[in-house]
Ligand binder design. Structure first.
Ligand code: ARG
Length: 565
């Protein structure tokens, strides 16, 4: 039940047309403290039109409303310039129990999307290079956004725009032919290919002819030379195998792996279009699109040697995605440092007069830091993500071994907790913030962590088991005093989904499951849930609702919820 809407309707009637109910809906606030009521209507905006001080308006309005009170409401109260409403707790509680009971894990589903398509460009690591922390953030945020959008009624297409083309492959082939062996690459693809790449750069300092050799190999690759293509494809397959280990650990799948190379045969037509629209201008032999009107530097389309660029590929990819999927929105979950690139991309598509250019949305995020510094995957200090995930799983297993040694499926649960910890740590901060990487912090069972939420859910599950809960028995009666903060949190779930979509930010969901967990754990500390009395079944029903929503909240973050841990 949407009580904001209901209250807005009651207020609109009371205000006799001064504001419409949808206008009012936007102004209604949730008071910080529950003793100030459940919803608050600020009268400050009305003061001008009604030529009265807000305090007076609030007093008059709350008196007038008493006569039109809905039976979901208990009373109105004027406080300062606000009219607060206190909901009828037993009635609201009962309605919520019935709603969650019927909808189960579909509680919170919205029909905002009406099955329209959202493409999500996510993860997109570079072949023959280690999977970086930035790619991890993109993977985790993009995957959660996809789950949130699906819950809100959209259809999503997850695209892994692999960095699988560029001059670096010419260098890599050169280095491999000189110093590499098949055996070594097979054994440790990413590390070996990275080592070859580094060796190339070291050697090229004293042997400049290597650079030329690298360019030659890239040219052969671009011209479809069989040997070059075979090596390139092999490097790509080996790298993908490694990346897939990470995706498997995290339970993430993609709808498309169309990477940069996929657009090789789609570049000419986009360059032609730019020419036809007279957008291409010459700049020192290179071809650029001027973006002066947008206060952006020009977008480089073709280098003077005729080579196309990252931006050219993204233009072709955007057009392809629209034609292939007819998206409503096309999200790019890519680090903050590429903001300029995506501004230029959108501006050029706008200049090309593609009506869908408005749907192009860059979803940027901050950096992952270690001891306050950017975590680097370059030379020497490579942090291999697979190792990080495995470390986290191992640490989780150790924790379980200490606290709950007789647990069944220990390995399986350690995997859920270890990966969940990393994912949650990434998602709990507003996505634009930089985040500090610390395995110990992530795995704490107290504090704002994934394991804390998982543990809260496991506690709820164990209460249900101990209490012999067998489902609602039609008796919803409870005083609804101590439970009220939990009920209001449960009530907040659907609108939280909506806000997460508006902001393209899963952190709203992560914060929500933390709030719900905290409210529930406080309740657990105050009330003897399993006490045998008339309200026991209703209390267990509440526990059941909490667990349903926690599991669903975790699911749309991309985190599993073990029943025991
Ligand atoms: N491979 C790129 C990188 O690692 C990210 C690609 C993002 N997606 C895109 N369509 N540009 O920086």
């Amino acid at each position: 039940m949407d009580y904001v809407k209901l209250y807005a309707e009651v207020l609109a009637a009371g205000l006799e047309g001064v504001l419409t109910s949808s206008e009012i809906e936007r102004i209604i606030e949730k008071p910080k403290f529950l003793n100030q009521g459940d919803l608050a209507f600020p009268c400050f905006q009305l003061a001008k039109t009604m030529r009265k001080p807000p305090v007076e308006i609030a007093k008059e309005l709350s008196a007038r409303l008493q006569s039109s009170i809905d039976d979901s409401m208990e009373r109105f109260e004027a406080a300062g310039g606000y009219v607060n409403v206190f909901l009828n707790k037993p009635k609201v509680t009962k309605e919520l129990f019935i709603e969650i009971g019927q909808k189960k894990n579909h509680y919170g589903d919205l029909d905002l999307g009406e099955n329209q398509i959202v493409t999500i460009d996510l993860s997109s690591p570079n072949i023959a290079k280690p999977f970086s922390m930035g790619h991890l953030r993109s993977t985790v945020i993009g995957n959660s956004l996809s789950l949130i959008y699906e819950k809100a009624g959209y259809k999503t297409v997850k695209i892994n725009h692999l960095g699988d083309w560029g001059t670096q492959f010419g260098k890599l082939i050169t280095a491999y032919k000189l110093w590499g062996t098949e055996e070594k690459v097979k054994k440790n693809p990413i590390q070996e290919l990275l080592a070859l790449y580094i060796e190339f750069h070291d050697e090229a300092e004293s042997q400049p002819e290597l650079e030329q050799e690298g360019r030659n190999w890239f040219r052969r690759l671009e011209n479809g030379d069989a040997e070059a293509l075979e090596l390139w494809k092999w490097f790509k397959d080996e790298s993908l195998k490694e990346f897939k280990k990470i995706y498997d650990l995290m339970g993430i799948e993609f709808d498309s792996y169309a990477g940069e190379a996929f657009y090789n045969d789609k570049m000419d037509s986009i360059v032609e279009m730019l020419k036809d629209k007279e957008l291409l201008i010459d700049s020192d032999g290179a071809q650029v699109v001027s973006l002066e009107g947008h206060e952006l530097p020009p977008c480089l389309i073709k280098k003077s040697d005729g080579a196309t660029l990252y931006a050219t590929r993204d233009l072709a990819a955007a057009k392809y995605r629209f034609e292939e999927y007819l998206f409503l929105k096309s999200l790019y979950v890519v680090g903050n440092e590429q903001s300029l690139h995506f501004k230029q991309l959108k501006a050029v598509l706008g200049k090309m007069e593609f009506p869908w250019a408005d749907g192009i949305i860059h979803v940027p995020f901050g950096m992952m830091l270690k001891d306050g510094k950017k975590m680097s995957t370059r030379k020497g200090k490579v942090v291999l993500l697979e190792d990080v995930l495995n470390d986290s799983i191992q640490l989780a297993e150790k924790n379980i071994e200490e606290k709950n040694p007789y647990l069944e499926n220990k390995a399986e649960i350690a995997k859920m907790v270890g990966t969940g910890a990393i994912v949650f740590h990434d998602l709990k901060n507003f996505r634009m913030n930089d985040i500090e990487f610390s395995l110990e912090e992530m795995l704490k069972v107290e504090g704002e962590t994934g394991p804390y939420v998982q543990y809260t859910n496991a506690r709820a599950q164990s209460l249900l088991k101990k209490g012999g809960y067998e489902g609602a028995n039609g008796d919803f009666k409870m005083a609804a005093i101590a439970e009220w903060p939990v009920i209001t949190e449960l009530q907040n779930f659907p609108e939280t989904i909506k806000r997460a979509i508006d902001k393209n930010d899963p952190s709203l969901i992560a914060k929500y499951v933390l709030d719900l967990s905290q409210a529930f754990n406080k309740y657990y500390g105050e009330v003897r849930i399993l006490e045998e009395n008339a309200e026991k079944n209703a209390r267990l029903l509440l526990v059941h609702c909490v667990s349903t929503v926690l599991e669903e909240g975790l699911r749309i973050l991309g985190i599993k919820a073990p029943k025991e841990m």
